[in-house]
Design a protein around this ligand. Structure first.
Ligand SMILES: Nc1ncnc2c1ncn2[C@@H]1O[C@H](COP(=O)(O)OP(=O)(O)O)[C@@H](O)[C@H]1O
Ligand SMILES: [Mg+2]
Length: 263
């Protein structure tokens, strides 16, 4: 069932996806995805490798061009051919598994460059915002360092501060803790949890089931390019109905995952 294309989204911060399709050549990796995220909601996207989670996230800010369906995000219709892509993207922060910091810029430089270029903020204003966001992730004192001098967990916290410095309405996280040493995973998850509590709208691809269970409002299980099961997080994780969800959760819910998170 698709929502009518003209139905207004609740507020600018939400996401509504209907019938989203994406193919690479003959390989259809998203086969008609429907997903709705209300403003202030946290949705965790789970599923096996290759199920299309990253492709879905990347379609939302048009890092990938969808082949069908509609995406409304932050008050824009991303799938409208006339959409102002740059304008839309500045409202959508993204955090990647591999941080994607600029290695030749300091931490402060990483957090100011787009503010100055895209938002046309003055250097002084951009630095003030950046330092505030770096303080919120506990890293203001590292502003003068280069990414290569930081741990993975610290780099990921910088990447989050960089995204937040753009005042996004929505944050997309693609396995933000998968590349981290176990001892730094908890720091990054704690920051994401704080962000969620502040009311940020978030879509998070993650294998951290403790986080999904405790922080997400909804959990969406994808497999083979379709949404197999979705619902309230405690329900999907604690009492999955579909046999594919049950199998997947059995494989990922080993005690170390929960332990790392609960630390
Ligand atoms: N740029 C690309 N070109 C071709 N195939 C791709 C590309 N990106 C992803 N795919 C394929 O799309 C499928 C879904 O990938 P992805 O969205 O990365 O899954 P997930 O994030 O769930 O692991 C995989 O089969 C992958 O090989
Ligand atoms: Mg992925």
């Amino acid at each position: 069932m698709s929502a009518p294309e003209t139905a207004p989204i609740a507020t600018a911060a939400g996401v509504r996806i209907t019938g989203l399709r994406k193919s690479y050549g003959d390989n259809e990796v998203l086969k008609g995805i429907d997903l709705e995220v209300n403003p202030g909601q946290v949705v965790c996207l789970i599923g096996p490798s290759g199920s299309g989670k990253s492709t879905l996230l990347r379609c939302i800010n048009l890092l990938e061009q969808p082949n069908g369906g509609t995406i409304e995000v932050a008050g824009f219709t991303a799938t409208d051919p006339d959409v102002e892509v740059d304008d839309m993207r500045r409202h959508v922060g993204m955090v990647f598994q591999q941080f994607n910091l600029f290695p030749h810029l300091t931490v402060l430089g990483n957090c100011t460059v787009s503010q100055q270029k895209v938002l046309k903020r003055s250097k002084a204003e951009a630095q003030e915002v950046a330092l505030r966001q770096l303080a919120s992730v506990g890293l203001a004192e590292l502003a003068g360092r280069f990414p290569g001098e930081l741990s993975g967990g610290q780099q990921q916290r910088v990447a989050i501060a960089r995204a937040l410095s753009m005042d996004p309405q929505l944050m997309l996280f693609d396995e933000p803790t998968s590349a981290l040493d176990p001892e730094t995973v908890g720091d990054v998850l704690a920051i994401m949890r704080k962000l969620a509590q502040k009311g940020m709208t978030m879509i998070v691809v993650t294998h951290e089931m403790g986080f999904a269970r405790d922080v997400a409002d909804h959990v969406v299980f994808m497999d083979g390019g379709v949404v197999v099961e979705q619902g309230v997080s405690a329900q999907v994780i604690g009492n999955p109905q579909n046999v594919r969800t049950q199998d997947f959760l059995r494989r990922v819910l080993d005690p170390t995952h929960v332990e790392v998170y609960d630390d």
